[in-house]
Design a protein around this ligand. Structure first.
Ligand SMILES: *Cc1c(COP(=O)(O)O)cnc(C)c1O
Length: 343
């Protein structure tokens, strides 16, 4: 019997054999006591790769984003982000809890916020208004379909941030995907931002972990917050060793995920009743709808599972994600299962 073809998320990727070897060899210490050579190495390597002074290894992308937000915005101040942003919708309200900030969302297109629109939402300074403290961008944009926010848009928003003296943060959980899809160097994607959070545990296959990068001063304050949030870890060099494999060996490979997502999307788009906008299929995530048949989705999930194909339904949309543990055969199997369902 074949393995399960799991298209629910790129977070399901298992560590590679090289990661197990790296774990076995890793030099360990105690990161909370300040000596964890492998963590220190991952932090420095990631900061260097993204063109910032310092890095902080954190247990999750959520913690990376939320520490960054709390560095920039506090106590009733306002954060501008796109309506579908992960920081706003999928981090369990942490922004209100930890930074105690509030969100001013902007309806974007394909994850892109229009700079003029953002400028209009920056609050005039007076005693009545919350201070606009931060603008955040998500790239690639998960809820919009893994879409790439173009560099020109990122520069235009940076200009708005500069003009209004707000901080500028990137939720770069899948920045790697934007980088390999466009060929734009990682440092160019990161230069306009004050802080960037990147995930190691998605397409890059690490079991756990994200890195937040920024200035030395920001990262030192972030280190204190990480401890407050219970994110101080001890022999975390075991995880950081995998992270080093992720950033040195696993980035270029994401191209395969993009090719698989495209093939899957092209196959699905041709099936009866499927509504799939190919312009949103830019990296490793695809969404589609089958209008009028939402009530059948639970049955379809079961039928897919019988064929050992796992997918995710979010509201009235299906989400499929490609990653290191799905290949051509998995794509064929998923298409075959969908052909039967929609026949
Ligand atoms: C996955 C993800 C995160 C972080 O998620 P964790 O599960 O906390 O690691 C942040 N932003 C985006 C866009 C994501 O997709």
């Amino acid at each position: 019997m074949h393995k399960i073809s799991d298209f629910r998320s790129d977070t399901v990727t298992l560590p590679t054999p090289e990661m197990y070897e790296a774990m076995a060899r890793a030099e360990l210490g105690d990161d909370v006591l300040g000596t964890e050579p492998t963590v220190t190495r991952l932090e420095a390597m990631t900061a260097d790769l993204l063109g910032k002074e310092a890095g902080l290894f954190v247990p999750s992308g959520t913690m990376g984003n939320q520490i960054a937000i709390a560095l920039h915005a506090r106590d009733g101040e306002e954060v501008i982000c796109e309506f579908g942003a992960h920081t706003y919708n999928n981090e369990s309200g942490a922004l209100a809890l930890i930074a105690r900030a509030q969100v001013r969302p902007v309806h974007g297109s394909l994850g892109m916020m229009e700079p003029g629109e953002v400028q209009k939402l920056v609050r005039p300074k007076n005693i009545h208004n919350p201070r606009t403290a931060l603008i955040t961008v998500e790239n690639t944009h998960n809820a919009a379909g893994g879409t790439i926010v173009p560099l020109e848009n990122i520069h235009a928003l940076a200009e708005v941030a500069r003009r209004n003296k707000t901080a500028y943060h990137l939720d770069g959980a899948r920045l790697w995907n934007a980088h390999v899809a466009t060929g734009v160097p990682l440092k160019d994607w990161c230069a306009p931002f004050d802080t960037i959070s990147v995930c190691l545990s998605k397409g890059l296959c690490s079991p756990v972990g994200s890195v937040l990068v920024g200035s030395r001063e920001q990262i030192e304050r972030g280190r204190y917050m990480r401890k407050q949030l219970g994110g101080g870890m001890r022999q975390s060099g075991l995880l950081a060793a995998c992270g080093i494999v992720s950033i040195t060996k696993m980035i270029e490979r994401l191209k395969d995920d993009h090719a698989n997502a495209r093939r899957l999307a092209e196959g699905l788009a041709g099936l009866r009743g499927v509504q799939l906008d190919m312009s949103t299929v830019q990296t490793n995530i695809l969404y589609f709808a089958v209008p009028g048949r939402d009530s059948e989705f639970d049955t379809w999930l079961k039928r897919l599972a019988e064929q050992k194909v796992l997918a995710m339904v979010l509201g009235n949309r299906w989400r499929l994600v490609t990653h290191n543990d799905v290949d051509h055969e998995d794509v064929d199997r998923a298409l075959q299962a969908w052909r039967q369902i929609l026949a």
